[in-house]
Write a protein that binds this ligand. Sequence first.
Ligand SMILES: Nc1nc2c(ncn2[C@@H]2O[C@H](COP(=O)(O)OP(=O)(O)O)[C@@H](O)[C@H]2O)c(=O)[nH]1
Ligand SMILES: [Mg+2]
Length: 312
Amino acid sequence: MSWLKKLTTGLKKSSDKVSSSLSGISLLFGKDKIDAASIEEIEEALILADLGVSVASEIAEGLRARKWQGEVTPDSLREALAEHLTDILLPVEKPLTFQQADGERDLHVILLVGVNGSGKTTTAGKLAARFQAQGRHVVMAAADMFRAAAIEQLSGWGARTDTKVISGERGGDAAALAFRAIDEARADNADVLIIDTAGRLQNRAELMEELAKIIRVIKKQIPEAPHDSLIVLDGTVGQNAIAQMKAFQQTADLTGMVITKLDGTAKGGIVVALAREFGLPVHMVGVGEAAEDLQDFTAHDFAHALVGLSPE
Ligand SMILES: Nc1nc2c(ncn2[C@@H]2O[C@H](COP(=O)(O)OP(=O)(O)O)[C@@H](O)[C@H]2O)c(=O)[nH]1
Ligand SMILES: [Mg+2]
């Protein structure tokens, strides 16, 4: 299945949620404008679909001001929504890049943070697969040392993607492991080091302090690292993702987001709310468990899929 097909299929429940509200105003289709009551209904529907109040009112405003070409049909309304959403999402469409000064070849460090179960370890593995396929030399570090299963899980991805995984004993010091991982990755002449971390709830101060320590230790080795400090957010949690962002932003100096599990959730609209609220790059979105199910986020495709239009 192509990526676009996967994205549209994955977002089906989310787009159904947006669509079901649009069908409610079908009586009014056929005019060259949309009446005020219907626009309010659309606005409410967008809020219910997790796009957030500010995005919903901005889009409502856009629909009010819009000059419709001929009669309004369900598809022209969908197309209009997709256009507005694309405009909102474009500023956060930024694929991950590797900035290496000319002639220099230092290690690029990617740190993955987030709450338990958000998809960090899976994302680490998927990223390793992608970078290896690009011909980069990748090393991963299993800095989630709370659960033995977490180390095994990352090692599994390491074996599947032919990537070295640096790990320690369960219960060990994650910051010390990160320190050693940078040494080893450099000694191996690696291009990229992906550091997986333990899931932590934003209200557990000691775990947030551990994360801060991991970052301090990384910076001792390479002052500009982590080059990417990515929060991995589970798209199924809806508005709770906003609270997670706020907490991790304070500790981890986030540079971007990866939003996972957009397949099979009705809450995919949260991506739009996150884009508007934080303005941080949405580097990638995940719509499944396999390596190829994580791809670059593109505003146009996501916006179209979210309103149930084929992105092609
Ligand atoms: N359906 C689906 N499942 C995912 C996705 N990303 C991760 N998962 C699953 O979510 C679960 C938790 O992922 P994991 O990487 O262990 O989360 P972590 O605790 O943050 O490391 C695993 O069963 C993954 O296979 C995704 O994009 N779609
Ligand atoms: Mg994990």
